[in-house]
Design a protein around this ligand. Structure first.
Ligand code: 7TS
Length: 411
């Protein structure tokens, strides 16, 4: 895998920011898009635009086939048995909310428990807060230790017959921790709980096989894996999708409608009311082709090397705290850090002036920040087009941040 060659496929990476080459290290927020994805969206609007699942005309059939092909590609990307297990949503957040609304509201009752972790993104907390307010269920949390790794010794206490759902992130968007989800899924199933995996930060970066993991639901977003914004995916086991209630009512999700009642289509269409985001779903298909062409195992290996390199380099620096595990085998390409005495927003602003894009703040993980005892962190996150040279540039720019602040302090 040659990241230099890959970079040529991403037009935005040629941009200069304040006269300096863009170093894009905010991939956990969203990834950049290759030409093939941009062209797929443009080509759809130029040549194939029509509404799907309803027209008898040529373009409508062409658009329907293209859209449904992406469902099949998505199924094969995550090794799902059946493409009817793939629902398209707006984003990962909507996919998790769909489970909470359609499954949680129907099957959970007062006294039931949901087990989450202390490192969840707000998208995997707030849907359950809403359900708790409505149904009187209880939320429990697997803690993480001082290295940012989940403390599974607590699991036998936390998991019980009352646990109806375990919902957790595969990879922490703040700590970079890769969680042992397969083991947790196995233990949760022993208690009869359903398991939802938030794959927003894993599916784009490592091979994910839903049959091997045996998760019941998996949620992720196109825009973090080279695809357009506005498309999310929920994988669900067929028996669950058949039993759940619809998410939204409207066109395309029905079998028959009378004035005062209706019957519904089979999954996945039962959960896709109204005209979907056809163009961007087709763009997402081009993103899957691109990732498959490079190979997820190669992408994983490249990011592992970058992370190992970055962790090692950062560990040599004084006055920098890096959060999350130091062991690169359980630390994905997400590096949260703080420079002693300097606010992360100031770090982000000065790095920006050097052309380096990172995120600064709480990363939608406020409870995690509270546990770390900080208001925020700066966060660099890598993808297939990042290079060791860019990690070096980041470290040089961090030295600049220190210089700026030492000068300011000395004045
Ligand atoms: N879950 C995790 C683990 C995430 O990292 C994110 C987005 C989401 C869910 C929500 O994804 P969305 O596509 O529905 O917004 N994470 C981030 C981030 O870390 N910085 O910006 C968005």
């Amino acid at each position: 895998m040659n990241p230099e060659k890959i970079r040529d496929d991403f037009p935005i990476l040629k941009r200069k920011i304040y006269g300096k080459p863009l170093v894009y290290l905010d991939n956990a927020a969203t990834s950049q898009k290759p030409f093939s994805v941009i062209q797929a969206v443009q080509n759809y609007y130029e040549n194939s635009n029509a509404n799907i699942h309803r027209g008898v005309h040529y373009l409508a059939e062409e658009a329907t086939t293209a859209y449904e092909e992406v469902r099949k590609k998505t199924a094969s990307f995550i090794h799902a048995k059946d493409h009817h297990s793939i629902l398209f949503t707006r984003n990962c957040t909507e996919a998790i909310n769909l489970v909470s609304f359609s499954w949680g509201r129907k099957f959970l009752n007062r006294g039931d428990e949901i087990l989450l972790t202390e490192m969840e993104h707000h998208s995997n907390l707030i849907p359950w807060h809403l359900l708790k307010n409505e149904k009187g269920i209880e939320l429990k949390f697997i803690p993480f230790d001082e290295t940012g790794v989940l403390d599974l010794s607590k699991l036998s206490e936390l998991l019980s017959k009352k646990t109806k759902l375990v919902s957790l992130t595969h990879i922490s968007n703040t700590l970079g921790t890769i969680n042992p989800v397969k083991e947790i899924i196995r233990l949760a199933h022993e208690k009869g709980a359903v398991v939802l995996i938030d794959g927003a930060q894993s599916v784009p970066h490592i091979p994910v096989d839903v049959q091997d993991l045996n998760c019941d639901f998996l949620a992720f977003s196109s825009h973090k894996m080279l695809g357009p914004t506005g498309v999310g995916v929920l994988y669900g086991k067929q028996e669950l999708l058949l039993a759940m209630d619809p998410f939204m009512g409207g066109g395309e999700m029905i079998r028959e409608v009378w004035l005062d009642h209706s019957t519904y289509s089979n999954p996945p269409w039962k959960y896709e009311a109204g005209t979907p985001n056809i163009a961007d779903t087709i763009g997402f298909g081009a993103a899957l082709d691109y990732l498959n062409h490079i190979g997820m195992d190669k992408i994983q290996k490249h990011e592992e090397e970058l992370t190992r390199f970055a962790l090692q380099k950062f560990s040599l620096e004084k006055n920098i705290t890096v959060y999350g595990p130091q062991n690169p085998e359980v630390h994905s390409g997400i590096l949260s850090f703080n420079l002693e005495g300097i606010h992360p927003h100031d770090v982000g602003t000065i790095l920006d002036q050097e052309g380096i894009a990172v995120r600064a703040g709480h990363h939608c993980t406020q409870p995690l920040m509270r546990k770390l005892g900080v208001s925020g962190t700066a966060r660099a996150s890598f993808y297939l087009y990042n290079t060791k040279e860019e990690v070096e540039l980041l470290l040089q720019a961090i030295q600049k941040v220190f210089q700026v602040f030492h000068h300011a302090a000395a004045r």
